[in-house]
Write a protein that binds this ligand. Structure first.
Ligand SMILES: Nc1ncnc2c1ncn2[C@@H]1O[C@H](COP(=O)(O)OP(=O)(O)OP(=O)(O)O)[C@@H](O)[C@H]1O
Length: 382
């Protein structure tokens, strides 16, 4: 099979002209990134003026058709990302405190950065749930923590930034729901008292999501900005795993009030967790604490407890690094099956030990956020 080249891709895109424009998308400088993977999988990111985003959806379909017509292309995905506003404009929009040293919990609006910040004015606190490596239960923790926060009577949003494996829609039983537009904005999907958005709503589960860093950030930024989040006490962000450029950019661009790090107890996972912690410290985001997931195993039949992964490692690491230890959750099939079935354990067994552990973590997180920031009118406003 002929293999497709970047020039082929750009050539095909020169035939795509936005409605009302005099030039094609290549001449307009809208090509943000092109990724070509073995097997003829082509992904293109088009950085378009933010205000035009929703009206250009048909253009992205047209571009996909043009790419699919190329010899050697088996699948084409074109995503629209919002163009960054010019720097001078950003400087004017940035609140005056943006150049000051950050205050933990003060909405994260304090860290200085040269890049445009993504401000969500109706959201009081934004917290990241992160892990140094994949598969440690970050999404499971983000979902149950978010539900634990709703149990406190808070208005909670959940943003799935795990672009490599968006699992929030499945875990919250809304995998088949499609978000609806409201004017120029998209309404969050709601279920179980949470307002959520995920890249998973926008792509098919088997779509290749191996995008270059800038493309990933563009897609996340567009999603965050284009959703009508309304007023929220707290937004929980399920971060992509790892500590690479995407994660770092996300920490710099989103006004984070703090971060929660999830780790399993093994040394190797803890090393990654330490890397995650260092990343947040580097960008002045307060680390609210460490959670040990899959801390020990509980036998479903007899309830016997086994410390399969040397239980207690995260607590020791938290002490060593001077950050709070927020709690531990066992490796328990009920935690997994709840997520698989769209009914997380905090909902399915709200008075059980695991739900109580998540709720205690949620309380500690909220206390930590609020102890550093005065109460706002929307707090507890459900
Ligand atoms: N405490 C637990 N007990 C049993 N299963 C768990 C537990 N925590 C997570 N899992 C299961 O482990 C798998 C990975 O969890 P999850 O998707 O939350 O991890 P992740 O760190 O977000 O992964 P990725 O980085 O790949 O997105 C899922 O099948 C989940 O249901």
């Amino acid at each position: 099979m002929a293999s497709v080249t970047r020039d082929d891709v750009l050539g095909a895109l020169t035939r795509i002209v936005p409605p009302g424009a005099d030039h094609d998308v290549v001449s307009l400088g809208w090509i943000d990134g092109v990724a070509i993977q073995p097997g003829g999988l082509v992904s293109v990111s088009l950085a378009v003026p933010a205000a035009l985003g929703p009206s250009l959806e048909p253009l992205s379909r047209q571009a996909e058709d043009a790419l699919r017509a190329l010899a050697g292309v088996t699948r084409a995905t074109v995503i629209l990302t919002a163009q960054r506003p010019p720097q001078a404009e950003n400087a004017q929009q940035r609140p005056p405190q943006a150049e000051k040293k950050p205050q933990p919990g003060a909405g994260g609006h304090g860290h200085a950065t040269s890049q445009a910040r993504i401000e969500l004015p109706g959201v009081r606190h934004i917290i990241a749930v992160a892990s140094g490596k994949g598969g440690v239960g970050k999404s499971t923790t983000a979902v149950n923590l978010a539900l634990g926060l709703t149990a406190l009577g808070l208005k909670v949003a959940l943003f799935d930034a795990d672009i490599y494996g968006p699992s929030i829609p499945r875990m919250l039983g809304v995998a088949s729901v499609k978000p609806v537009a409201n004017g120029k904005k998209v309404m969050p999907v709601t279920n179980h008292g949470l307002s959520m958005m995920s890249i998973g709503f926008m792509i098919a589960e088997d779509d290749p999501i191996i995008w270059r860093g800038p493309m990933v950030m563009g897609a996340l930024e567009q999603l965050l900005r284009d959703v009508d989040w309304g007023t929220q006490d707290v937004m929980v962000v399920d971060m992509p795993p790892g500590t690479g450029d995407t994660q770092l950019t996300m920490c710099q661009r989103v006004a984070l009030s703090g971060a929660v790090i999830v780790s399993t107890p093994q040394d190797i996972a803890l090393l990654d967790a330490k890397r995650g912690l260092a990343m947040f410290r580097r960008v002045d985001v307060p680390v609210l604490g460490l959670i040990e997931n899959m801390s020990y195993h509980l036998c479903t039949n007899c309830g016997h407890r086994e410390d399969v992964f040397s239980h207690g490692g995260a607590r020791r690491t938290a002490q060593e690094l001077g950050v709070p230890f927020l709690g531990e959750l066992p490796l328990d099939i009920r935690i997994r099956s709840g997520s698989d079935e769209g009914m997380p354990i905090t909902l399915s067994d709200p008075e059980g030990d695991h739900a109580l552990a998540y709720k205690a973590i949620a309380r500690a997180v909220w206390t930590s956020l609020e102890s550093a920031a005065p109460a706002a009118p929307n707090v507890g406003s459900q």
